[in-house]
Ligand binder design. Sequence first.
Ligand code: ADP
Ligand code: MG
Length: 208
Amino acid sequence: MNTQDIIAAVEAVQAAILANEQHIESLDRAIGDGDHFINVRRGCEAIAALKPELLALSPATAFNRIGMKLLSTIGGASGPLIGSFFISMGRELEGIAEPDGKHFARALAAGVDAIKSRGKADLGDKTMLDVLIPVSRLLLRLADEGGNRDALCARLKEEAELNMLATRDMIATKGRAHFLGERALGHIDPGAKTSQVAVFAVCDMLTA
Ligand code: ADP
Ligand code: MG
């Protein structure tokens, strides 16, 4: 994986987010304040604008730069969370010029841990972590087993979808949705949906 690959992945995620605008928007309107799609789109645009600068950087530095930019660009609860996700990924990759699948799996796990500690949330709180934690755990395991890429991506997508859908039956204990109590039941968490869309986009790109 080089910085060009990271940029390609970000562009794939951006396209997928845009294609899912209505769905993501309506989820945050149902159990949040309706700005999640705008927040994420703004983040994607900020990264796209960094592209020329990123190309000259190592993967570690590029992730750090992306994270710093997101901290100052995305508002809401998700800005600092996603910002620290990228910064921690960069930290984990420091000194590695061409990270392989195992490096990336460890970086993803570090990024997810950063979201957990910054947001003081964990599995079952009806947040993006309900997708990111299981996907990251599965990737760590599969990257270690070293199977083929198509099979690995298919498993990751399945895991993302299953866990995104499972947030429908959860009561939120973090974020704005927790004010709704049981009224959040029956609605998928917007951050979980965005995370699933992002996982699909990267997997589809890797297996195209
Ligand atoms: P805000 O909640 O400030 O309006 P967004 O709408 O951009 O921010 O993001 C909402 C999403 O952020 C939620 O759907 C949820 O997935 C995620 N989220 C909220 N609080 C937390 C938290 N403490 N930890 C992890 N994710 C969270
Ligand atoms: Mg919101």
